[in-house]
Design a protein around this ligand. Structure first.
Ligand code: NAP
Ligand code: MG
Length: 493
Protein backbone atom coordinates (compact mmCIF):
# COMPACT_ATOMS: atom_id res chain seq x y z
CA UNK A 1 0.00 0.00 0.00
CA UNK A 2 1.20 3.53 -0.78
CA UNK A 3 1.91 5.81 2.11
CA UNK A 4 -0.33 8.87 2.29
CA UNK A 5 2.26 11.28 0.96
CA UNK A 6 3.03 9.04 -2.01
CA UNK A 7 -0.63 8.84 -2.97
CA UNK A 8 -0.83 12.59 -2.87
CA UNK A 9 2.24 13.02 -5.05
CA UNK A 10 1.06 10.48 -7.62
CA UNK A 11 -2.21 12.40 -7.97
CA UNK A 12 -0.52 15.71 -8.49
CA UNK A 13 -0.82 17.43 -11.87
CA UNK A 14 2.71 17.74 -13.12
CA UNK A 15 3.01 20.76 -15.38
CA UNK A 16 6.74 20.37 -15.81
CA UNK A 17 6.43 17.43 -18.23
CA UNK A 18 4.36 19.25 -20.79
CA UNK A 19 0.79 19.15 -19.45
CA UNK A 20 -0.54 22.66 -19.94
CA UNK A 21 -3.40 24.78 -21.16
CA UNK A 22 -3.59 25.94 -24.78
CA UNK A 23 -2.65 29.63 -25.00
CA UNK A 24 -5.61 32.02 -24.67
CA UNK A 25 -4.19 35.45 -25.43
CA UNK A 26 -6.32 38.56 -25.18
CA UNK A 27 -6.19 40.55 -28.42
CA UNK A 28 -4.51 43.94 -28.63
CA UNK A 29 -6.10 44.97 -31.93
CA UNK A 30 -8.65 47.22 -30.24
CA UNK A 31 -6.28 49.36 -28.18
CA UNK A 32 -5.06 52.78 -29.02
CA UNK A 33 -1.76 54.05 -27.58
CA UNK A 34 -0.18 57.24 -28.91
CA UNK A 35 3.52 57.29 -29.70
CA UNK A 36 4.10 60.19 -27.36
CA UNK A 37 2.32 61.63 -24.33
CA UNK A 38 3.03 65.05 -22.86
CA UNK A 39 0.95 66.16 -19.87
CA UNK A 40 -2.79 66.77 -19.54
CA UNK A 41 -3.14 70.33 -18.29
CA UNK A 42 -6.14 72.65 -18.39
CA UNK A 43 -8.20 70.22 -20.47
CA UNK A 44 -5.57 69.65 -23.17
CA UNK A 45 -2.67 67.33 -23.90
CA UNK A 46 0.39 69.60 -23.94
CA UNK A 47 4.09 69.18 -24.60
CA UNK A 48 6.50 69.50 -21.69
CA UNK A 49 8.18 72.90 -21.31
CA UNK A 50 11.65 71.39 -21.24
CA UNK A 51 10.95 68.85 -23.96
CA UNK A 52 12.31 65.85 -22.06
CA UNK A 53 10.73 62.40 -22.56
CA UNK A 54 11.33 58.86 -21.28
CA UNK A 55 10.15 55.47 -22.53
CA UNK A 56 7.51 53.33 -20.90
CA UNK A 57 8.10 49.66 -21.70
CA UNK A 58 6.18 46.42 -21.53
CA UNK A 59 7.95 44.49 -18.76
CA UNK A 60 6.90 41.15 -20.28
CA UNK A 61 8.62 41.85 -23.62
CA UNK A 62 10.95 44.80 -22.89
CA UNK A 63 9.34 46.53 -25.90
CA UNK A 64 8.84 50.27 -25.83
CA UNK A 65 5.14 51.16 -25.72
CA UNK A 66 5.30 54.97 -25.82
CA UNK A 67 7.32 58.03 -24.88
CA UNK A 68 6.15 60.01 -21.91
CA UNK A 69 7.07 63.54 -20.80
CA UNK A 70 9.26 64.11 -17.78
CA UNK A 71 7.57 66.96 -15.92
CA UNK A 72 9.59 69.97 -14.78
CA UNK A 73 8.85 72.58 -12.12
CA UNK A 74 7.34 74.76 -14.85
CA UNK A 75 4.98 71.95 -15.94
CA UNK A 76 3.86 71.36 -12.35
CA UNK A 77 3.39 75.09 -11.89
CA UNK A 78 1.20 75.31 -15.02
CA UNK A 79 -0.89 72.39 -13.77
CA UNK A 80 -1.33 73.92 -10.30
CA UNK A 81 -2.31 77.27 -11.84
CA UNK A 82 -4.90 75.53 -14.04
CA UNK A 83 -6.24 73.61 -11.03
CA UNK A 84 -6.46 76.78 -8.91
CA UNK A 85 -8.30 78.65 -11.63
CA UNK A 86 -10.72 75.77 -12.18
CA UNK A 87 -11.30 75.61 -8.42
CA UNK A 88 -12.09 79.31 -8.11
CA UNK A 89 -14.11 79.61 -11.30
CA UNK A 90 -16.08 76.37 -11.51
CA UNK A 91 -15.57 73.45 -9.24
CA UNK A 92 -15.90 75.07 -5.80
CA UNK A 93 -19.04 76.86 -6.96
CA UNK A 94 -20.75 73.91 -8.62
CA UNK A 95 -23.52 72.09 -6.74
CA UNK A 96 -22.70 68.65 -5.37
CA UNK A 97 -25.39 67.25 -7.61
CA UNK A 98 -23.68 68.55 -10.73
CA UNK A 99 -20.25 67.39 -9.59
CA UNK A 100 -21.79 63.98 -9.01
CA UNK A 101 -23.09 63.90 -12.57
CA UNK A 102 -19.58 64.38 -13.96
CA UNK A 103 -18.19 61.69 -11.69
CA UNK A 104 -20.93 59.23 -12.70
CA UNK A 105 -20.07 59.99 -16.31
CA UNK A 106 -16.41 59.10 -15.73
CA UNK A 107 -17.48 55.85 -14.02
CA UNK A 108 -19.67 54.82 -16.94
CA UNK A 109 -16.98 55.68 -19.48
CA UNK A 110 -14.48 53.51 -17.60
CA UNK A 111 -16.97 50.66 -17.91
CA UNK A 112 -17.45 51.32 -21.63
CA UNK A 113 -13.69 51.30 -22.20
CA UNK A 114 -13.00 48.49 -19.73
CA UNK A 115 -11.46 46.11 -22.24
CA UNK A 116 -8.99 48.62 -23.62
CA UNK A 117 -8.05 49.83 -20.14
CA UNK A 118 -7.46 46.27 -18.91
CA UNK A 119 -5.23 45.35 -21.85
CA UNK A 120 -3.17 48.54 -21.57
CA UNK A 121 -2.82 48.05 -17.82
CA UNK A 122 -1.44 44.54 -18.36
CA UNK A 123 0.90 45.66 -21.15
CA UNK A 124 2.33 48.63 -19.28
CA UNK A 125 2.61 47.06 -15.83
CA UNK A 126 2.92 43.28 -16.38
CA UNK A 127 -0.09 42.11 -14.36
CA UNK A 128 -2.21 39.19 -15.60
CA UNK A 129 -5.14 40.25 -17.77
CA UNK A 130 -7.48 38.26 -15.54
CA UNK A 131 -6.66 40.65 -12.70
CA UNK A 132 -6.73 43.90 -14.62
CA UNK A 133 -10.00 42.78 -16.25
CA UNK A 134 -11.71 41.42 -13.12
CA UNK A 135 -10.17 43.50 -10.32
CA UNK A 136 -8.43 46.73 -11.30
CA UNK A 137 -10.82 48.13 -13.88
CA UNK A 138 -14.16 47.18 -12.23
CA UNK A 139 -12.92 48.48 -8.87
CA UNK A 140 -11.74 51.73 -10.48
CA UNK A 141 -15.23 52.26 -11.97
CA UNK A 142 -16.69 51.23 -8.60
CA UNK A 143 -14.76 53.96 -6.79
CA UNK A 144 -16.06 56.63 -9.16
CA UNK A 145 -19.63 55.33 -8.81
CA UNK A 146 -19.35 55.21 -5.04
CA UNK A 147 -17.96 58.72 -4.58
CA UNK A 148 -20.31 60.18 -7.21
CA UNK A 149 -23.07 59.16 -4.80
CA UNK A 150 -21.53 61.19 -1.95
CA UNK A 151 -21.02 64.41 -3.92
CA UNK A 152 -24.48 65.83 -3.06
CA UNK A 153 -24.72 64.19 0.37
CA UNK A 154 -21.72 65.60 2.21
CA UNK A 155 -23.99 67.17 4.83
CA UNK A 156 -25.41 63.72 5.57
CA UNK A 157 -21.92 62.25 5.75
CA UNK A 158 -21.01 64.68 8.53
CA UNK A 159 -24.28 65.66 10.24
CA UNK A 160 -24.26 68.93 12.10
CA UNK A 161 -20.95 69.97 10.52
CA UNK A 162 -20.21 72.20 7.58
CA UNK A 163 -17.96 70.34 5.14
CA UNK A 164 -15.83 72.61 2.95
CA UNK A 165 -13.41 71.66 0.17
CA UNK A 166 -9.70 72.40 0.58
CA UNK A 167 -8.65 73.70 -2.85
CA UNK A 168 -5.96 72.05 -4.98
CA UNK A 169 -4.99 68.47 -4.17
CA UNK A 170 -1.57 67.14 -5.24
CA UNK A 171 -1.64 63.37 -5.70
CA UNK A 172 1.19 60.91 -6.32
CA UNK A 173 0.61 57.25 -7.09
CA UNK A 174 2.69 54.05 -7.48
CA UNK A 175 2.96 51.46 -10.24
CA UNK A 176 1.29 48.43 -8.74
CA UNK A 177 -2.39 49.37 -9.35
CA UNK A 178 -2.01 52.35 -11.69
CA UNK A 179 -5.62 52.98 -12.76
CA UNK A 180 -7.10 51.87 -9.45
CA UNK A 181 -4.78 54.13 -7.43
CA UNK A 182 -5.71 57.04 -9.69
CA UNK A 183 -9.40 56.27 -9.03
CA UNK A 184 -8.82 56.03 -5.26
CA UNK A 185 -7.30 59.50 -5.37
CA UNK A 186 -9.35 61.35 -7.98
CA UNK A 187 -12.90 60.19 -7.14
CA UNK A 188 -13.09 61.39 -3.49
CA UNK A 189 -11.24 64.63 -4.28
CA UNK A 190 -13.76 65.50 -7.01
CA UNK A 191 -16.76 64.49 -4.92
CA UNK A 192 -15.65 66.85 -2.14
CA UNK A 193 -15.16 69.77 -4.54
CA UNK A 194 -11.37 69.89 -4.87
CA UNK A 195 -9.35 70.19 -8.07
CA UNK A 196 -6.39 67.96 -8.83
CA UNK A 197 -2.80 67.68 -10.02
CA UNK A 198 -1.83 64.02 -10.18
CA UNK A 199 1.40 62.25 -11.11
CA UNK A 200 1.35 58.61 -12.23
CA UNK A 201 4.36 56.36 -11.65
CA UNK A 202 7.18 56.48 -14.16
CA UNK A 203 6.80 52.85 -15.29
CA UNK A 204 3.00 52.83 -15.62
CA UNK A 205 1.65 56.12 -16.99
CA UNK A 206 -0.52 54.77 -19.82
CA UNK A 207 -3.86 54.07 -18.11
CA UNK A 208 -3.56 57.50 -16.51
CA UNK A 209 -3.29 58.97 -19.99
CA UNK A 210 -6.38 56.96 -21.02
CA UNK A 211 -8.17 58.31 -17.95
CA UNK A 212 -7.15 61.82 -19.01
CA UNK A 213 -8.79 61.12 -22.40
CA UNK A 214 -11.94 59.96 -20.60
CA UNK A 215 -11.96 63.11 -18.46
CA UNK A 216 -11.55 65.20 -21.60
CA UNK A 217 -14.39 63.33 -23.34
CA UNK A 218 -16.57 63.60 -20.21
CA UNK A 219 -16.24 67.36 -20.69
CA UNK A 220 -15.16 68.24 -17.16
CA UNK A 221 -14.44 71.94 -16.83
CA UNK A 222 -10.85 72.58 -17.96
CA UNK A 223 -8.26 72.35 -15.23
CA UNK A 224 -10.34 70.35 -12.73
CA UNK A 225 -8.12 67.27 -13.23
CA UNK A 226 -4.52 67.69 -14.47
CA UNK A 227 -2.00 64.90 -15.06
CA UNK A 228 1.71 65.65 -14.96
CA UNK A 229 3.94 62.75 -16.01
CA UNK A 230 7.41 62.23 -14.64
CA UNK A 231 9.59 60.59 -12.03
CA UNK A 232 10.38 61.31 -8.39
CA UNK A 233 11.54 64.91 -9.01
CA UNK A 234 8.20 65.77 -10.59
CA UNK A 235 6.47 64.30 -7.55
CA UNK A 236 8.66 66.40 -5.27
CA UNK A 237 7.76 69.53 -7.26
CA UNK A 238 4.07 68.84 -6.58
CA UNK A 239 4.77 68.27 -2.87
CA UNK A 240 6.76 71.51 -2.61
CA UNK A 241 4.42 73.71 -4.62
CA UNK A 242 3.17 76.53 -2.34
CA UNK A 243 -0.30 76.70 -3.89
CA UNK A 244 -1.20 73.05 -3.21
CA UNK A 245 -3.48 72.57 -0.19
CA UNK A 246 -3.32 68.84 0.25
CA UNK A 247 -0.97 65.98 -0.60
CA UNK A 248 -2.20 62.42 -1.06
CA UNK A 249 0.63 59.96 -1.57
CA UNK A 250 0.69 56.21 -2.12
CA UNK A 251 4.10 54.59 -2.35
CA UNK A 252 7.05 53.46 -0.30
CA UNK A 253 7.59 54.29 3.36
CA UNK A 254 10.98 55.86 2.49
CA UNK A 255 9.45 58.43 0.15
CA UNK A 256 6.50 58.91 2.53
CA UNK A 257 8.93 60.03 5.23
CA UNK A 258 10.64 62.47 2.84
CA UNK A 259 7.24 63.96 1.98
CA UNK A 260 6.21 64.26 5.61
CA UNK A 261 9.39 66.21 6.36
CA UNK A 262 9.04 68.35 3.23
CA UNK A 263 5.57 69.63 4.12
CA UNK A 264 6.07 69.97 7.88
CA UNK A 265 4.87 73.41 8.96
CA UNK A 266 3.39 74.26 5.55
CA UNK A 267 -0.22 73.76 6.65
CA UNK A 268 -0.82 71.26 3.82
CA UNK A 269 -3.07 68.34 4.73
CA UNK A 270 -1.51 64.92 4.21
CA UNK A 271 -2.51 61.32 3.66
CA UNK A 272 0.10 58.60 3.25
CA UNK A 273 -0.60 55.05 2.08
CA UNK A 274 2.73 53.28 2.47
CA UNK A 275 4.32 49.85 2.57
CA UNK A 276 3.33 46.70 4.40
CA UNK A 277 4.50 43.31 5.64
CA UNK A 278 1.25 41.53 6.39
CA UNK A 279 0.99 38.42 8.53
CA UNK A 280 -1.28 35.62 7.42
CA UNK A 281 -1.96 33.33 10.39
CA UNK A 282 -3.32 29.77 10.04
CA UNK A 283 -4.66 27.93 13.09
CA UNK A 284 -4.98 24.16 13.36
CA UNK A 285 -8.78 24.41 13.23
CA UNK A 286 -8.82 26.26 9.86
CA UNK A 287 -10.15 24.68 6.69
CA UNK A 288 -6.68 23.98 5.34
CA UNK A 289 -7.42 23.79 1.61
CA UNK A 290 -9.36 27.04 1.70
CA UNK A 291 -6.57 28.68 3.69
CA UNK A 292 -3.89 27.50 1.25
CA UNK A 293 -5.87 29.00 -1.63
CA UNK A 294 -6.14 32.28 0.28
CA UNK A 295 -2.42 32.32 1.13
CA UNK A 296 -1.60 31.77 -2.55
CA UNK A 297 -3.90 34.61 -3.56
CA UNK A 298 -2.53 36.77 -0.76
CA UNK A 299 1.06 36.73 -2.00
CA UNK A 300 1.15 35.67 -5.65
CA UNK A 301 -1.72 37.92 -6.77
CA UNK A 302 -0.21 40.68 -8.93
CA UNK A 303 3.30 39.12 -8.48
CA UNK A 304 3.25 40.21 -4.85
CA UNK A 305 3.26 43.86 -6.00
CA UNK A 306 0.61 44.54 -3.40
CA UNK A 307 1.13 46.79 -0.37
CA UNK A 308 -1.19 44.59 1.69
CA UNK A 309 0.25 41.27 0.35
CA UNK A 310 0.26 38.44 2.89
CA UNK A 311 4.04 38.12 2.71
CA UNK A 312 4.62 36.50 6.13
CA UNK A 313 2.91 33.19 6.81
CA UNK A 314 2.56 31.91 10.38
CA UNK A 315 1.29 28.33 10.72
CA UNK A 316 0.34 26.56 13.95
CA UNK A 317 3.10 24.04 14.57
CA UNK A 318 1.10 20.79 14.41
CA UNK A 319 -0.24 21.51 10.89
CA UNK A 320 2.96 23.09 9.53
CA UNK A 321 4.09 20.09 7.42
CA UNK A 322 0.66 19.61 5.89
CA UNK A 323 0.32 23.30 5.04
CA UNK A 324 3.81 23.49 3.56
CA UNK A 325 3.23 20.40 1.36
CA UNK A 326 -0.11 21.70 0.14
CA UNK A 327 1.35 25.13 -0.55
CA UNK A 328 4.17 23.66 -2.61
CA UNK A 329 1.69 21.49 -4.52
CA UNK A 330 -0.50 24.46 -5.32
CA UNK A 331 2.44 26.73 -6.16
CA UNK A 332 3.69 24.19 -8.70
CA UNK A 333 0.42 24.56 -10.66
CA UNK A 334 0.62 28.37 -10.94
CA UNK A 335 1.11 29.49 -14.51
CA UNK A 336 3.78 32.16 -14.87
CA UNK A 337 4.11 34.03 -18.13
CA UNK A 338 2.41 36.23 -20.73
CA UNK A 339 0.27 38.75 -18.82
CA UNK A 340 -2.13 38.92 -21.76
CA UNK A 341 -2.87 35.19 -21.62
CA UNK A 342 -6.15 34.55 -19.78
CA UNK A 343 -4.65 31.42 -18.15
CA UNK A 344 -1.77 33.28 -16.55
CA UNK A 345 -1.72 33.41 -12.75
CA UNK A 346 1.56 35.27 -12.24
CA UNK A 347 2.64 37.93 -14.73
CA UNK A 348 5.83 39.94 -15.22
CA UNK A 349 7.71 41.85 -12.53
CA UNK A 350 6.99 45.52 -13.13
CA UNK A 351 10.53 46.65 -13.95
CA UNK A 352 14.14 45.56 -14.15
CA UNK A 353 14.89 47.54 -10.97
CA UNK A 354 12.12 45.77 -9.06
CA UNK A 355 13.37 42.36 -10.23
CA UNK A 356 16.85 43.28 -9.04
CA UNK A 357 15.42 44.28 -5.65
CA UNK A 358 13.62 40.94 -5.30
CA UNK A 359 16.72 38.97 -6.30
CA UNK A 360 18.81 40.97 -3.85
CA UNK A 361 16.44 39.91 -1.05
CA UNK A 362 16.70 36.27 -2.13
CA UNK A 363 20.49 36.65 -1.89
CA UNK A 364 20.13 37.98 1.68
CA UNK A 365 18.01 34.91 2.36
CA UNK A 366 20.76 32.60 1.12
CA UNK A 367 23.33 34.45 3.25
CA UNK A 368 21.09 34.11 6.32
CA UNK A 369 20.77 30.37 5.78
CA UNK A 370 17.12 30.41 4.68
CA UNK A 371 15.70 27.47 2.69
CA UNK A 372 14.43 28.86 -0.58
CA UNK A 373 11.96 26.88 -2.65
CA UNK A 374 11.15 28.24 -6.11
CA UNK A 375 8.74 26.55 -8.52
CA UNK A 376 10.20 25.29 -11.79
CA UNK A 377 8.47 27.52 -14.27
CA UNK A 378 9.49 27.88 -17.91
CA UNK A 379 10.06 31.59 -18.39
CA UNK A 380 9.94 33.64 -21.58
CA UNK A 381 13.36 34.70 -22.96
CA UNK A 382 12.68 38.41 -22.61
CA UNK A 383 11.09 40.38 -19.83
CA UNK A 384 11.35 40.41 -16.04
CA UNK A 385 10.17 37.32 -14.19
CA UNK A 386 10.27 35.74 -10.77
CA UNK A 387 8.87 32.26 -10.09
CA UNK A 388 6.69 31.89 -6.98
CA UNK A 389 9.01 31.49 -4.01
CA UNK A 390 8.56 30.02 -0.53
CA UNK A 391 11.20 30.75 2.10
CA UNK A 392 11.59 28.58 5.20
CA UNK A 393 14.08 28.36 8.06
CA UNK A 394 13.83 32.06 8.79
CA UNK A 395 13.52 33.91 12.09
CA UNK A 396 12.03 37.23 13.15
CA UNK A 397 15.31 39.10 12.74
CA UNK A 398 15.89 38.08 9.10
CA UNK A 399 15.67 40.82 6.48
CA UNK A 400 13.21 38.72 4.47
CA UNK A 401 10.83 38.66 7.43
CA UNK A 402 11.31 42.31 8.42
CA UNK A 403 11.40 44.24 5.13
CA UNK A 404 8.91 44.70 2.33
CA UNK A 405 10.11 42.77 -0.76
CA UNK A 406 7.18 43.62 -3.03
CA UNK A 407 7.50 40.43 -5.05
CA UNK A 408 6.13 36.84 -5.14
CA UNK A 409 8.10 35.75 -2.08
CA UNK A 410 6.43 34.18 0.96
CA UNK A 411 8.20 33.45 4.25
CA UNK A 412 6.86 30.63 6.41
CA UNK A 413 7.25 30.34 10.18
CA UNK A 414 5.45 28.42 12.91
CA UNK A 415 3.82 29.25 16.26
CA UNK A 416 2.30 27.31 19.14
CA UNK A 417 -0.15 29.66 20.89
CA UNK A 418 -2.32 32.59 19.77
CA UNK A 419 -0.21 34.88 21.98
CA UNK A 420 2.96 33.81 20.17
CA UNK A 421 1.29 34.35 16.77
CA UNK A 422 0.24 37.85 17.82
CA UNK A 423 3.67 38.75 19.08
CA UNK A 424 5.30 37.61 15.86
CA UNK A 425 2.67 39.25 13.65
CA UNK A 426 3.15 42.60 15.39
CA UNK A 427 6.94 42.43 15.34
CA UNK A 428 7.30 44.72 12.30
CA UNK A 429 7.48 48.47 11.73
CA UNK A 430 4.52 48.13 9.34
CA UNK A 431 0.82 47.81 10.10
CA UNK A 432 -1.19 47.79 6.92
CA UNK A 433 -3.05 44.49 6.80
CA UNK A 434 -3.26 40.93 8.03
CA UNK A 435 -5.24 37.69 7.80
CA UNK A 436 -6.51 35.03 10.19
CA UNK A 437 -7.66 31.54 9.24
CA UNK A 438 -9.66 29.65 11.87
CA UNK A 439 -12.98 27.92 12.44
CA UNK A 440 -13.59 29.83 15.69
CA UNK A 441 -15.26 33.24 15.75
CA UNK A 442 -13.77 33.99 19.14
CA UNK A 443 -10.24 33.50 17.77
CA UNK A 444 -11.05 35.81 14.87
CA UNK A 445 -12.11 38.54 17.30
CA UNK A 446 -9.17 37.96 19.60
CA UNK A 447 -6.58 38.01 16.86
CA UNK A 448 -8.02 40.87 14.80
CA UNK A 449 -8.24 43.00 17.94
CA UNK A 450 -4.64 42.22 18.73
CA UNK A 451 -3.02 42.72 15.33
CA UNK A 452 -1.89 46.33 14.91
CA UNK A 453 -2.97 46.80 11.29
CA UNK A 454 -5.53 48.88 9.46
CA UNK A 455 -7.13 46.14 7.35
CA UNK A 456 -7.77 42.60 8.56
CA UNK A 457 -9.35 39.72 6.72
CA UNK A 458 -10.73 36.55 8.28
CA UNK A 459 -10.86 33.33 6.22
CA UNK A 460 -10.26 35.33 3.06
CA UNK A 461 -7.60 37.76 1.78
CA UNK A 462 -7.11 40.69 -0.61
CA UNK A 463 -10.78 41.58 -0.88
CA UNK A 464 -11.46 45.22 -1.68
CA UNK A 465 -14.57 47.35 -1.83
CA UNK A 466 -15.05 51.08 -2.44
CA UNK A 467 -17.24 51.33 0.67
CA UNK A 468 -14.54 50.03 3.04
CA UNK A 469 -11.88 52.32 4.46
CA UNK A 470 -8.28 51.28 3.78
CA UNK A 471 -5.06 52.46 5.40
CA UNK A 472 -2.26 51.70 7.80
CA UNK A 473 -0.95 51.91 11.33
CA UNK A 474 2.66 52.66 12.27
CA UNK A 475 4.99 53.04 9.25
CA UNK A 476 2.25 51.97 6.84
CA UNK A 477 0.77 55.43 6.73
CA UNK A 478 -1.62 58.14 7.84
CA UNK A 479 -5.30 58.58 7.10
CA UNK A 480 -7.79 56.39 5.28
CA UNK A 481 -8.93 56.05 1.69
CA UNK A 482 -12.21 54.47 0.63
CA UNK A 483 -15.61 54.57 2.28
CA UNK A 484 -16.98 57.49 4.23
CA UNK A 485 -13.55 57.86 5.87
CA UNK A 486 -12.05 58.60 2.44
CA UNK A 487 -13.99 61.88 2.19
CA UNK A 488 -12.48 63.34 5.34
CA UNK A 489 -8.91 63.99 4.11
CA UNK A 490 -10.34 66.25 1.38
CA UNK A 491 -12.55 68.37 3.64
CA UNK A 492 -12.40 70.97 6.34
CA UNK A 493 -15.27 70.45 8.77
P1 NAP B 1 7.81 54.95 -4.54
O1 NAP B 1 9.15 54.75 -5.08
O2 NAP B 1 7.66 55.55 -3.19
O3 NAP B 1 7.03 55.84 -5.60
C1 NAP B 1 5.69 56.21 -5.48
C2 NAP B 1 5.43 57.46 -6.28
O4 NAP B 1 6.16 58.56 -5.72
C3 NAP B 1 5.91 57.37 -7.72
O5 NAP B 1 5.01 58.10 -8.54
C4 NAP B 1 7.29 58.04 -7.64
O6 NAP B 1 7.76 58.46 -8.89
C5 NAP B 1 7.02 59.17 -6.69
N1 NAP B 1 8.18 59.70 -5.99
C6 NAP B 1 9.43 59.16 -5.86
N2 NAP B 1 10.21 59.98 -5.12
C7 NAP B 1 9.46 61.05 -4.76
C8 NAP B 1 9.70 62.22 -3.99
N3 NAP B 1 10.86 62.46 -3.39
N4 NAP B 1 8.69 63.11 -3.81
C9 NAP B 1 7.47 62.88 -4.38
N5 NAP B 1 7.19 61.80 -5.13
C10 NAP B 1 8.17 60.88 -5.31
O7 NAP B 1 6.98 53.61 -4.47
P2 NAP B 1 6.83 52.55 -5.65
O8 NAP B 1 8.05 51.73 -5.66
O9 NAP B 1 6.38 53.22 -6.89
O10 NAP B 1 5.57 51.72 -5.11
C11 NAP B 1 5.68 50.65 -4.27
C12 NAP B 1 5.39 51.05 -2.83
O11 NAP B 1 4.07 51.58 -2.71
C13 NAP B 1 5.43 49.89 -1.89
O12 NAP B 1 6.14 50.23 -0.73
C14 NAP B 1 3.96 49.65 -1.56
O13 NAP B 1 3.74 49.01 -0.34
C15 NAP B 1 3.41 51.01 -1.61
N6 NAP B 1 1.96 50.98 -1.82
C16 NAP B 1 1.13 51.30 -0.78
C17 NAP B 1 -0.25 51.26 -0.94
C18 NAP B 1 -1.16 51.59 0.19
O14 NAP B 1 -2.34 51.82 -0.07
N7 NAP B 1 -0.69 51.62 1.42
C19 NAP B 1 -0.78 50.94 -2.18
C20 NAP B 1 0.08 50.63 -3.23
C21 NAP B 1 1.45 50.68 -3.03
P3 NAP B 1 8.55 57.34 -9.78
O15 NAP B 1 7.53 56.37 -10.22
O16 NAP B 1 9.14 58.03 -10.91
O17 NAP B 1 9.58 56.75 -8.89
MG1 MG C 1 5.61 50.28 -18.32
Amino acid sequence: MLKETEIKKSNRLDFSNGWSYAPAPESTGHINIREKYGHFINGKFVEPTEGEYFDTVNPATEEKLAEVANGSHADVDAAVKAARQAYNKYWSKMSGRDRGRYIYRIARMIQEKARELAVIESMDGGKPIRESRDVDVPLAAGHFFYYAGWADKLNYAFPGREPRSLGVAGQIIPWNFPLLMAAWKIAPALATGNTIVIKPAETTPLTSMKLAEIIQEADLPHGVVNFVNGAGKTGAAIVDHPDVNKIAFTGSTGVGKIIQKAIAGSGKKLTLELGGKAANIIFEDATIDQAVEGIINGIFFNQGHVCCAGSRLFVQENIADEVRDKLIDRMSTLIVGDPLDKNTDVGAINSKEQLETINRYLEYGVQDGAEIYQTKCALPDKGYWCCPTLVGNVSQSHKLVQEEIFGPVLTIQTFRTPAEALEKANNTPYGLSGGVWTDKGSKIFGMTNGIRAGVLWANTFNKFDPTSPFGGYKESGLGREGGLHGLLPYLEL
